[in-house]
Design a protein around this ligand. Structure first.
Ligand code: NAP
Length: 251
């Protein structure tokens, strides 16, 4: 049974893995056997040490993923240093919260570039090799706002709704070529990204009351879903947006 989820010999690339959900995914993939490259704009020393402590190779590539400029070089460096990328996790993301009447074009562009445009072009750059090899696993990090409207986060909702659409589109194009493209939609997970919500007493209470599991998620709660979507266990899962949300969407 465990071999279904075994990632030994696979190379994974995870973006934004110095902290939060990306870090937890990188560690879960390493614990399942993958060598892991992490790409981001901040030092990821803690993540690298933990990957190596689980006996796997780790590589850090520093890249500002707010534009497509580093994409080609990043993919080439990982493939030269670790080998062909078998698993891509598009996790890096930002959020900007402002009432829609005041929302700026700069906040629109920053969020849609980082959360939608760059992930698509990373899918393209890594996906080319995967399609040529006839195998690969792509996992995009979506959101509850891939399903719902949200409030005060127009560019984030647009980007996360878009990433769900792109996930389905690429699944349609690549499923028959051996490449699985899926997404994880985390619920409310305690990270830097949600620090403002956690600190807002009223919003925090409203959120907690609505989560059937009765608690915020931890980054580690996302790891199992990532291993599943990265492994042979999900070979017939295509274009799916897997909510890991303590039941939020069921309510
Ligand atoms: P986080 O702790 O803020 O992590 C975000 C990661 O993205 C960090 O590693 C960050 O690096 C990186 N990043 C942001 N902008 C970047 C850029 N321009 N270039 C390179 N890396 C960049 O938040 P998180 O909650 O773990 O978020 C991870 C993903 O999950 C995001 O896509 C987020 O939208 C999604 N998500 C989170 C939740 C939640 O409840 N937390 C729910 C649904 C979806 P720095 O440390 O350098 O900023």
């Amino acid at each position: 049974m465990s071999s279904l989820f075994d990632l030994s010999g696979k190379v994974a690339l995870v973006t934004g893995a110095n902290t939060g959900i990306g870090q937890a995914i990188a560690l879960a993939l390493a614990q399942a056997g993958a060598d892991v490259a992490v790409a981001g704009r901040s030092a990821a020393d803690e993540t690298l040490a933990a990957i190596r402590a689980s006996g796997r190779r780790a590589l850090e590539v520093r890249a500002d993923l707010s534009s497509t400029a580093p994409v080609a070089g990043l993919v080439a460096q990982v493939e030269v240093e670790l080998g062909a990328i078998a698993i891509l996790v598009n996790n890096a993301g930002i959020i900007r919260r402002t009432d829609s009447v005041d929302f700026s074009e700069a906040d629109w562009d920053a969020v849609t570039d980082t959360n939608l445009k760059v992930p698509f072009f990373l899918c393209q750059a890594v996906g080319r090799g995967m399609v040529a090899r006839g195998q690969g696993k792509i996992i995009n990090i979506a959101s509850l706002l891939s399903f719902q409207g949200g409030i005060r986060v127009p560019s984030y909702t647009a980007a996360k709704s878009g990433i769900a659409g792109i996930t389905r589109l690429l699944a349609n194009e690549w499923a028959a070529k051996g490449v699985n493209v899926n997404a994880i939609a985390p619920g409310y997970i305690a990270t830097n990204n949600t620090a403002a919500l956690q600190a807002d007493e009223t919003r925090n209470r409203q959120i907690m009351e609505r989560i059937p599991a009765g608690r915020w998620g931890a980054p580690a709660d996302i790891g199992g879903a990532a291993v599943f979507l990265a492994s042979r266990a999900s070979d017939y899962v295509n274009g799916h947006i897997l909510a890991v949300d303590g039941g939020w969407l069921a309510r």
